[in-house]
Design a protein around this ligand. Structure first.
Ligand SMILES: [Zn+2]
Length: 394
């Protein structure tokens, strides 16, 4: 039987080690290696290398495949002094990772030499408890939850689609939720707009939404915009958001949001409802089709009655708004296959879903190859884009 010293010596003979200076140079280089911290949580929380992936040594085998999928990725693994990382490097090599080095001297040496480190953001015990079911998903985990907490989502409308979207985004811990709506809560909204309630009738919708969401999750900073979204403010409002969830119900606003989001390169999760049918898709700027690629021009007004005129079964926006929220969270976390270039169509009476392919239009006046630079302007019922060529501005 081997003693600890013999086992360590044998392990070190089977791995590659680098000193802190070599590790630092590798981390600064391109492609940058994955930096893996295998210390215990209480050690990690007091300071770690910037951007380090943290998997305690005891969870390495069970978690590493989810956290570091590419087995050929260069990995620099460290612990406090270089012993645990040596064993971790051996384990990684046994698991098929091909380019692993262990940092001699570990974090203590790194820190003593005055190299760059930081105190990682960690979840509080309350957050750990609240988001426990997210943390149990390896695809989300603590890293994903941190990402959600530092994410910013903008909701256009605190109505039928915006209600489930706002509730689930807030519940999920999306750190900043912007909500734009200029209406007041009306009795007739409550059949579907579950953000509001009878005590809020007559109140500004954004204020009612903020009360509901803050009561649900105080982690969330709810930013309200009690204004009409227009050409004069759209670029300022959407600036800095990671994703836009579009719950608007009129064509001029959708085209306005489309053109502004292309300029700012912010993905839009689109949803629409009509009577018993709903649709959802994702417009990822210059990656997939945009709203104009899908609907080059609005239908004539008589064929496109608004929600107020057409009627809608109240649960329908709950379903479509929830699908939009799922897509928004997937985009924020980089998870799965978003509805880019696909239109999901739901028929409540059949209880059936269908998916249609939506192609990017090379001739699209907004995102096509030869599209002119778009000037954000108010749209009339034809919603044609205002191109810089057509409307020269000084
Ligand atoms: Zn387009």
């Amino acid at each position: 039987m081997a003693s600890f010293r013999e086992l360590l010596a044998r392990t070190k003979a089977q791995i590659r080690e680098v000193d802190t200076a070599t590790a630092e140079a590798a981390i600064a280089g391109r492609p940058a290696p994955v930096v893996l911290d295998v210390r215990e949580p209480d050690e990690y929380e007091q300071g770690a290398l910037p951007g380090a992936v943290h998997i305690p040594r005891g969870h390495l085998e069970s978690q590493v495949e989810h956290r570091i999928a590419d087995r050929d990725a260069p990995i620099v693994v460290y612990c406090a002094g270089g012993t645990r990382s040596a064993f971790a490097a051996k384990t990684l090599s046994d698991l098929g990772y091909t380019d692993v080095v262990s940092m001699v001297g570990g974090f203590n040496k790194w820190k003593n030499e005055g190299r760059d480190w930081q105190t990682p953001q960690t979840l509080s015990p309350e957050q750990r408890n609240r988001y426990q079911r997210h943390l149990l998903l390896p695809e989300v985990g603590e890293e994903g939850q941190q990402k959600l907490l530092s994410s910013r989502a903008l909701l256009l409308g605190a109505g039928g689609l915006g209600s489930p979207a706002a509730l689930y985004l807030a519940a999920a811990g999306v750190g900043t939720l912007g909500i734009i709506d200029m209406d007041v809560v009306d009795d007739s909204n409550l059949q579907r707009q579950i953000l509001h309630n009878v005590d809020r009738v007559g109140e500004r919708k954004v204020d009612s939404a903020k009360k509901t969401l803050t009561a649900l999750n105080p982690d969330v900073d709810v930013v309200t915009y009690d204004v009409r979204l227009g050409a004069d403010n759209v670029l300022d409002i959407i600036d800095g958001y990671d994703v836009i969830v579009d719950g608007t119900d009129n064509f001029p606003t959708r085209y306005l949001v489309n053109d502004a989001s292309l300029l700012k390169r912010i993905p839009v999760v689109h949803g629409s409802i009509f009577r018993f049918e709903g649709q959802a898709t994702v417009f990822a700027p210059y990656q997939g089709p945009c709203y104009r690629c899908m609907i080059p021009e609005p239908p004539p007004a008589e064929l496109a009655p608004s929600c107020a005129e057409a009627g809608v079964l109240g649960v329908l926006p709950g379903i479509i708004g929830s699908i939009q929220t799922m897509e928004a969270i997937k985009l924020l976390l980089g998870l799965g296959d978003p509805l880019i270039g696909r239109l999901l169509s739901y028929d409540a009476l059949d209880e059936s879903f269908r998916t249609f392919k939506v192609n990017r239009d090379p001739e699209c006046p907004a995102c096509g190859e030869n599209a002119g630079e778009i000037v954000i302007a108010e749209y009339d019922e034809l919603c044609t884009p205002h191109l810089r060529e057509a409307h020269p501005t000084p």
